[in-house]
Design a protein around this ligand. Structure first.
Ligand SMILES: Nc1ncnc2c1ncn2[C@@H]1O[C@H](COP(=O)(O)OP(=O)(O)OP(=O)(O)O)[C@@H](O)[C@H]1O
Ligand SMILES: [Mg+2]
Length: 234
């Protein structure tokens, strides 16, 4: 049984008379513990797909099961529960709050989840340590480099022990060296903690960190590429 199981997924938008099929007949099954990438041209539906996988949006067609539980018909409040319990998000632009320290940024979602102070502090410090930022906890985002800010965002995503990390162009705002650094953190989270990772990227070098690449074209899966690890040496 796949952890994330999407069958015949469609997502259309209607703007007046014009209908856009952002996704069509998408079948994707991602196993627990996999690390996969999604590539495709701008407008091919990558973010739309990731938002559905992350229960931020619902498909207009098809079925989606997480751990055998149907989610395609759930209400917003239930979707929010699933997000809180299973999923951590990482975005291209970090989305850190500028007036909060690194640790406070990591703690924020834990506050919303009702975690108590002492446990919150422990979890957020552990998460920051896991991304190599133990000595930057009190820094504001403006006092951190781009790569460090993305590491804070990753710490925020892992602090509540999610089963899955979803990342939309996590290295898109970073230089290639810093991007590789973020990928080695993803690799470690995937291998050591068994976190399932689904990332969207425009960069092939980054996509090769996954074991599979789903290529999207005009809202459809054009091809599923298996990554030969020995060739890519990743
Ligand atoms: N809210 C919306 N209303 C109408 N159309 C939308 C909406 N969101 C996305 N679309 C359309 O759906 C298609 C897919 O968009 P999506 O954002 O998923 O592309 P993408 O592959 O992530 O592109 P990029 O690489 O530029 O981020 C596009 O044609 C877009 O215009
Ligand atoms: Mg996008």
């Amino acid at each position: 049984m796949a952890l994330l199981d999407l069958k015949n997924i469609g997502r259309s938008y209607k703007n007046g008379q014009i209908k856009v099929d952002a996704l069509k007949n998408v079948d994707i099954a991602i196993e627990d513990g996999e690390f996969v990438s999604i590539m495709g041209p701008s407008g091919s539906g990558k973010s739309t797909l990731l938002n559905i996988v992350g229960c931020l949006d619902l498909p207009t067609d098809g079925t989606y099961k997480i751990s055998d539980m149907h989610v395609e018909n759930l209400k917003d409040s239930k979707l929010a529960d699933i997000r809180n319990e299973f999923i951590g998000f990482v975005f291209q632009k970090f989305h850190l709050l500028p007036n909060l320290s690194a640790r406070e940024n990591v703690e924020l979602p834990l506050i919303y989840q009702g975690m108590l102070g002492a446990e919150r502090k422990k979890n957020s410090e552990k998460a920051l340590e896991a991304v190599g930022l133990k000595d930057r906890m009190k820094h504001l985002p403006s006092q951190l480099s781009g790569g460090e800010q993305q590491r804070v965002a990753i710490a925020r995503a892992i602090a509540s022990n999610p089963s899955v990390i979803l990342a939309d162009e996590p290295t898109g705002a970073l230089d290639s060296h810093t991007g590789e650094n973020i990928m080695s953190i993803f690799q470690r989270l995937n291998k050591k903690l068994g976190i399932t990772i689904v990332q969207v990227t425009h960069e092939r070098d980054i996509a090769l960190y996954g074991s599979k690449i789903f290529h999207l074209l005009d809202g459809e899966i054009e091809k599923v590429e298996k990554v030969e690890k020995n060739l890519a040496n990743k």
